[in-house]
Design a protein around this ligand. Structure first.
Ligand SMILES: *Cc1c(COP(=O)(O)O)cnc(C)c1O
Length: 369
């Protein structure tokens, strides 16, 4: 028996008639960029996220970058970022010519620790980025309150959290703007790259729309030096189909996560916790423990594929060597990177797959009673 980490082909096969019809309809329309499919997806995704506006862009990194530009971030500014995140969060800040200022996570939730943010605010700070890592919402309440008190904006990185709720309300417009990725492996994934922003701020949505379309509102009139970052019609048509099934696939992930939480409770691994105000969507199920690399090797030898999110934190990447942040400077983030292991969490996994993962992990890591 072997268990894949994530099986995207099975998801396609399950939705094949609807997806094939959507692709065919788009190809036959003769219109491939900025048309009816994108407009319809933007309306449907905004409604799903309980937000007023959605603007499609080319990918998640662009969604973060264009949101920052639209918020007025530029050279010389500082943006607070989680130290524990995928590097895209930091790169979006660097692309603006601004400086990412890392803040450590809460080791139990993996997300930025609100209590540590204030000390990182300087006169140059413009924006706080909260990442909803692994599908768990960050604690937005205190972050937004702090931002209001200091005149800062809040950008949420929702790339791993489509459908999650914070205090009962979907992610989509708690902060000033949310950036989304539709990379194939995300909870809502396209058949290629895609991204979007959602917000309740009409002015901000309009700025992102103009920035992503060559700085143009009217064809051949370029009011600002913009970019080419558009969601295409084919990806929008695919996403419209997948959005209709997102809650069901997220529910499958939750069932898998609950089986892991129950089945692995008496091992020596640290399991993810769910805060009382959080409804996560389990993009990843991340356990922590010493001897992570041996655990991964041993699981691989019995056919269970696991991944590490992420092996190297942004501040220790070559890309950020210039910032001169030394190993040991962000110890919580570094500990997570050394100990974290993501178990398989494909929405199409069978109950037998889940039992197999539980029993193999228990064999390796059960603690004597
Ligand atoms: C995937 C991801 C991104 C970037 O999305 P792309 O569509 O790959 O550009 C940004 N932030 C986080 C947390 C992600 O997981």
């Amino acid at each position: 028996m072997s268990v894949a980490f994530l099986n995207l082909k099975d998801t396609y096969l399950e939705l094949r008639p609807e997806l094939d019809a959507a692709v065919k309809r788009t190809l036959e329309s003769g219109w491939y960029v900025l048309g009816d499919e994108v407009a319809a997806f933007e309306d449907e995704f905004a409604a799903y996220c309980e937000s007023k506006h959605c603007v499609g862009v080319a990918n998640g990194l662009d969604a973060l970058h264009l949101a920052l530009v639209a918020l007025g971030v530029g050279p010389g500014d500082e943006v607070i970022v989680p130290s524990n995140t995928y590097i895209a969060t930091w790169l979006a800040v660097s692309q603006c010519g601004a400086t990412p200022v890392p803040v450590e996570p809460d080791v139990d939730t993996f997300n930025i620790a609100p209590a540590l943010i204030e000390a990182a605010i300087s006169p140059k700070t413009k924006v706080i980025i909260a990442v909803h890592l692994y599908g768990q919402p960050a604690d937005l309440g205190p972050i937004i309150e702090l931002a209001r008190r200091h005149g800062l904006k809040v950008l949420e990185d929702g790339a791993q959290a489509h459908g999650a709720r914070y205090r009962g309300k979907r992610l989509g417009a708690h902060g000033d703007v949310v950036a989304w990725s539709f990379y194939p492996g995300k909870n809502l994934g396209a058949f290629g790259d895609g991204g979007a922003i959602t917000t309740d701020d009409a002015e901000l949505a309009s700025r992102v729309r103009v920035l992503g379309n060559y700085g143009s509102r009217t064809k051949y009139a370029n009011e600002v030096a913009g970019f080419n970052s558009r969601l295409d019609e084919l990806q929008a048509a695919v996403l419209r189909v997948k959005l209709r099934h997102l809650d069901r696939f997220n529910a499958s992930r939750r069932i898998i996560a609950e089986a892991y939480l129950k089945g692995l409770a008496d091992t020596d691994l640290t399991l993810p916790i769910v805060s009382s105000w959080a409804e996560p969507v389990w993009h990843l199920f991340v356990v922590r423990g010493e001897g992570r690399d041996a655990l991964q090797r041993n699981l691989a030898s019995v056919g269970i594929e696991t991944l590490i999110h992420y092996p190297i934190p942004p501040h220790l990447q070559g890309a950020y060597a210039g910032m001169g942040i030394q190993p040991g400077a962000l110890p919580i983030s570094e500990k997570i990177h050394d100990e974290a292991l993501s178990l398989p969490i494909s929405p199409t996994m069978t109950a037998a797959d889940v039992s197999e993962v539980v029993s193999q992990v228990r064999k390796l890591r059960s603690t004597p009673a």
